[in-house]
Write a protein of this length. Structure first.
Lengths: 281, 298
């Protein structure tokens, strides 16, 4: 019966590995929540930074990140969902379609800092948008495309083929079937994908380094062509670039960013699971 | 009664638009490559190749040796994978084959949460918590070392590694497991002698995607590796500061004059990074496509 002992030991080892993966995650979140909570108060969330960012609040960084997310959504949602509809409903299995899939895999793998270089080269300099919310949003939008396209395509594909055939049998055109039947059914899945994409964009630093982020700008942006502070870049700045920064402010900023991103994550998960439970096919 | 079919302009426009959007991703990849080339190619004319692939990166003295940066990236990334591979595969096997339902329901969201934590936040945690720990345990002058970076990178590549490895295990037909068990093997033996070998190519894909993710990671690495551009050739390099390609771009691009040699050189590093991740992802994609064609994914 020795081999059953081996199995026991083996399973214990696997469980240990899973613990080694999970416990640090809890530690990271726990540490940041516990230490960050001390910094969080009304002023921290709603005031401009003061004293070289060592006091006051982080309002411009919060607003900046929200504006960048909105800008990203405006571009990435139509392009991403459109691309997904093409891949799921129109594309046939040709070499061109395979090239599109390869492009998506490749886009997903391009390092975030390379997106930053690209945004700098194309949007900031070539198109003369300057370091601006527009340039940053466009850069982030292209970066989030692969996430949105692949999750949205999966959502569209999960709608049974019969739904489309029935629509066609009633005299609907292909587009009518997509608009009236397939899209509404796939919507929760698409929304989940969009949120996952946007939360990635909201948390990224490298793509906005040279395209939008302002080191210290204690006012709200006035136009889409304005620079702005942003939470991830702000956290980077106050933890590496400014000596003598109170740890409380650093942890507070980290907590706000983490809370923003993880709450979006939870929303996405909830939408996905309620949808899975409710659907009848 | 056949009504004369009107030509539907709105529909035609929308379908044309969708086609364009479908192809847009190819356009974006080309556009990215084009602009990297446009800003980065001049380097190869401005800087002699001997300098460009030399061992010293001191832009203020016109020394643009990318070798320490490339090797720095390689050291950090490979170490990260060495840490992440056993952890990731073991976790995937645990989640997919062994764990009771409640443990699975607990583990999967946690791993998704890890994937969602922004890299600056992990970098910040690495700086403030892990680096001091590394410094104390090593007795080194600084905790900002290649090892610290590799540790954080390992965790950042775990979600990708685990989910792709899980898919690979998932794709192994149940009949394989049944056959293993029917021959009198324990579940443990079946897992390691039948299921994991059958999922091998998927696990290789998982490692490659994790590698691609790790080599391009910027902020966390920049914040915890100490950023000293020295050749990591000695044995103790792992526990010394190191500088990666991504960190170099991120740290220096803000300070260079547009159009200067240094500016072009940073874009040239971008080209190298782009090509590296492209090749890694291409290789991973090919294994996926191949499996689809063989019908092995289901």
């Amino acid at each position: 019966m020795n081999r059953y002992l081996v199995q026991r030991a083996g399973f214990a080892l696997l469980a240990l590995a899973a613990l080694v993966v999970v416990v640090p995650i809890l530690l990271v979140i726990g540490t940041i929540v516990v230490r960050g909570m001390r910094a969080i108060n009304w002023e921290f969330l709603t005031a401009m930074p003061r004293d070289g960012m060592k006091a006051g609040g982080i309002l411009p960084a919060i607003v900046g990140t929200l504006l960048l997310s909105v800008g990203t959504a405006l571009v990435a949602i139509p392009v991403g969902v459109g691309g997904a509809i093409y891949l799921s409903e129109y594309a046939r299995d040709t070499w061109l379609t395979r090239a599109i899939r390869l492009a998506i895999i490749n886009l997903a793998g391009i390092p975030s800092v390379v997106y930053g270089l690209f945004g700098l080269g194309l949007f900031v300099l070539f198109l003369h948008f300057g370091t601006s919310i527009v340039a940053g949003s466009l850069t982030l939008a292209i970066m989030t495309l692969p996430i949105i396209i692949s999750t949205a395509e999966e959502a569209l594909r999960s709608v049974p083929v019969e739904f489309r055939t029935v629509s066609a049998s009633l005299g609907g055109t292909r587009w009518q079937g997509i608009r009236n039947i397939v899209l509404p059914q796939a919507l929760p899945g698409i929304i989940t994908g969009v949120i996952l994409g946007l939360l990635r964009a909201a948390g990224e630093t490298a793509p906005i380094l040279f395209t939008v982020a302002a080191f210290y700008l204690p006012r709200l942006p006035r136009s889409p062509l304005d620079q702005t502070m942003a939470l991830p870049y702000h956290l980077y700045v106050i933890s590496t670039q400014v000596p003598g920064m109170p740890a409380q402010v650093q942890y507070g900023t980290a907590l706000v960013l983490l809370a923003l991103v993880l709450s979006m994550n939870v929303v996405a998960t909830v939408i996905r699971s309620t949808f899975r439970r409710r659907r009848q096919w | 009664m056949n009504q004369p079919q009107r030509f539907r302009w709105a529909e035609f426009t929308i379908e044309a638009l969708i086609r364009v959007l479908g192809f847009s991703t190819i356009g974006f990849v080309l556009l990215i490559f084009l602009f990297l080339l446009r800003e980065g190619l001049p380097t190869f004319f401005e800087v002699p190749l001997g300098n460009l692939f030399g061992t010293r990166w001191y832009p203020t003295f016109d020394l643009f040796g990318t070798l320490p940066l490339i090797l720095g990236s390689a050291l950090v990334t490979l170490t990260a994978i060495v840490i992440a591979l056993p952890l990731g595969v073991a976790t995937a096997v645990f989640v997919r084959e062994v764990a009771p339902g409640w443990a699975r329901e607990l583990l999967k969201p946690m791993i998704e949460v890890l994937a969602g934590i922004p890299s600056v936040v992990l970098g910040f945690f690495g700086m403030t918590v892990i680096a001091p720990l590394v410094r104390q345990t090593l007795g080194a002058p600084t905790g900002l070392t290649a090892f610290t970076g590799a540790l954080i990178l390992a965790y950042m590549s775990l979600p990708t590694l685990i989910s792709v490895a899980e898919d690979a295990l998932d794709a192994v037909p149940k009949s394989y497991r049944d056959a293993g068990l029917a021959m009198g093997a324990t579940q443990w033996q079946t897992i390691w002698r039948v299921v994991v070998p059958a999922a091998r190519s998927g696990i290789v894909t998982a490692v490659m995607l994790g590698l691609g993710r790790a080599i391009g990671e910027t902020m966390a690495v920049m914040m915890v590796t100490g950023n000293a551009a020295r050749l990591p050739l000695t044995l103790d390099s792992l526990f010394r500061p190191v500088r990666t390609m991504t960190a170099t771009i991120a740290a220096e691009m803000g300070e260079v004059a547009q159009g200067s040699v240094h500016y072009h050189a940073l874009f040239a590093i971008g080209i190298i990074l782009f090509l590296m991740t492209f090749l890694i992802n291409l290789a991973a994609a090919l294994t996926i496509f191949q499996k689809r064609r063989r019908g092995g994914l289901r």
